[in-house]
Structures are given as structure tokens and as C-alpha cells.
Write a protein that binds this ligand. Structure first.
Ligand code: ZN
Ligand code: ZN
Length: 294
């Protein structure tokens, strides 16, 4: 099936308006080949009554180079879940702590961030899961290991040196519901996508993540996937949980000031995946305007 054909199928399924926004593919990554209609809504259903949530994010492309995609989405989703009554904790690498802290501070959220320790990853993951006893574990734009056990950037370069094996949290059989959000095929959660679909999108097998989650939300930009879940949480709870365009611009700027880089240009500029902050603000405002199915 060509990209064209899969888009036709998606249109026939009558994507809800939030999904239509999530399926936008600014990076021309072939999102249509592995987009998952209804996934943001299903993830919101799963998270709605979550009691304890552990959220991981952070994709570093080199030393001191955390991406701008991830922390804003994680912080906005975490705030929504906290407002719905969940206890929310975050876990990431030292390199992603500054942008995640900046995003949480901008939203006025507590910076409840755990640093995933170096060393025995399985012991660290089990210890964290035992101590925090999450009912739900969420990954927003976080590397998932490929079949050879390494993490790779979309370009295919190994990024193990800068990303600790946080995906172990999803591999040790935690008694929690798991949710992944991604945009490139190499993130936690993408293990549930049939390889041939990623291949059709031009994502090589050596890059594809093998790490599975109960729910996988695919979006043109991972932050959008998290916002889509929040938009649906707002519909389910009849509450306004999503931020606005101006806050989106400030979130991106705050991450850049804290050292984050654009994942595509790799420069410290107020863009995410090569898309300027005004366009991200527009997506958030559109999400507020359409509000999905009622
Ligand atoms: Zn990505
Ligand atoms: Zn991205």
C-alpha cells in the first residue's frame, strides 16, 4: 500500500479533528504509514482515572544536546493529570533535567523529577517502579532500543552515549498501563507498529524501536501527540486542560534557554523538529478550536 493509499484509508475512517491535526506530517516522515487513528482518545481513556503516573521524556542527540521535542509535551500532560487528581513524577537523564524543569516551572508545576541512575538499568528500573508504584507509565519522545539493543537517531546514528536505558522501565514487566508517544519510529512504544509499515515510511529496521506499550500515539511532532491526549482528557472530564498558543511559544523558548536544541537543525533556536514556535502555537490553538468528537 502506498502512502497515498494509506492516507485514503485514514480519510475513509473519518479521523476525528484532533487526529487530523496529529496526522500532519511537517517533517515528511511518512506518518500516514503508521498513524494510529483513535489512539490519543484511547490513551486519554486509559489515563483519565490514573492515580500515580510516571512520565519519561528526553531525546539527546549529543553531549549537552537535549531536544526541544518531548519536555513541553511531558509537562503539559503531567499538569493535566495532576489536575485530574493523579500524583505525577518525571524521570529522565541529567541532560534533559534543565529543559524539563524549565517547562514545568513555566506551567507553575512542581519539579518532581527523578534522575535515572547510571549503572545497572534493570535494578534502577525495578527500584523506581517499586518505590513510586505507578499505575501508569508514559513516554513522550524517548529513545526505544532497536533490535541490536542500541538507540538511534532518525538519521541512524547511535545515541546510546547520551541517553540512559530508561526504556528498561517498559521492559521489566511493570504492573502499570503503559503509553508511548512518538513521531519517528525510534521511540518507546513504536515496537507495536508492524515493521513493514515503518519500512513503507522509509524508516530502516536498524533504527526502529522494539519497545512496546499498551497504547501508542503517533503524531507529526511528539509534543503534539501529548497535547492530543490532553485535549481528549479535557473532553472526557469537561475541563479546559490544554494550554494556549502563547504558553506554547513560551514553553519552547524556556526549553531553548535551558539548553535544548531543535532535533532536526540541531541548533539552539525556538523551533521543534524544524517547525517554528508560531506554527506550534497554531496547532495548539487549532486543537482548542476543534475539540474533537463530542
Ligand atoms: Zn522523535
Ligand atoms: Zn520529534
Amino acid at each position: 500500500m502506498s502512502i497515498h493509499a494509506s492516507v485514503t484509508v485514514a480519510v475513509r475512517r473519518a479521523l476525528d479533528p484532533i487526529d487530523q491535526l496529529l496526522a500532519l506530517d511537517p517533517g515528511r516522515r511518512g506518518i500516514g504509514c503508521f498513524f494510529r487513528p483513535g489512539a490519543a482518545r484511547a490513551a486519554a481513556h486509559a489515563l483519565r482515572r490514573a492515580r500515580r503516573v510516571l512520565i519519561t521524556t528526553g531525546f539527546a542527540l549529543g553531549p549537552g544536546m537535549p531536544e526541544t521535542d518531548g519536555p513541553p509535551g511531558a509537562a503539559v500532560l503531567g499538569r493535566a493529570l495532576r489536575r485530574l487528581g493523579a500524583r505525577v513524577r518525571y524521570v529522565t537523564d541529567p541532560v534533559t533535567v534543565p529543559p524539563l524543569e524549565a517547562a514545568l516551572a513555566l506551567l507553575g508545576e512542581t519539579r518532581a523529577i527523578e534522575v535515572f541512575p547510571d549503572g545497572d538499568a534493570e535494578a534502577a528500573a525495578r527500584g523506581l517502579l517499586r518505590r513510586l508504584a505507578p499505575t501508569h507509565v508514559v513516554a513522550v519522545e524517548r529513545p526505544g532500543r532497536a533490535r541490536d539493543g542500541t538507540y538511534r537517531s532518525a538519521r541512524g546514528e547511535p545515541v546510546d552515549g547520551w541517553n540512559r536505558p530508561l526504556d528498561t522501565l517498559f521492559l521489566v514487566g511493570a504492573r502499570a498501563r503503559t503509553i508511548g508517544v512518538g513521531d519517528g519510529g525510534n521511540e518507546i512504544g513504536m515496537g507495536v507498529v508492524p515493521r513493514r509499515r515503518l519500512a513503507r515510511a522509509g524508516i530502516p529496521a536498524r533504527v526502529a524501536s522494539t519497545v512496546k506499550t499498551d497504547h501508542l500515539v503517533v503524531a507529526g511532532v511528539s509534543n503534539w501527540g501529548a497535547y492530543g491526549i490532553v485535549a481528549h482528557l479535557g473532553l472526557l472530564a469537561r475541563r479546559d486542560l490544554l494550554h494556549g498558543g502563547e504558553v506554547e511559544r513560551r514553553l519552547i523558548r524556556a526549553c531553548v534557554r535551558a539548553g535544548a536544541v531543535d532535533g532536526i537543525t540541531r541548533r539552539r533556536e525556538p523551533t521543534v523538529d524544524g517547525v517554528p514556535s508560531d506554527a506550534h502555537a497554531g496547532i495548539v490553538e487549532l486543537m482548542r478550536a476543534v475539540r474533537g468528537p463530542r
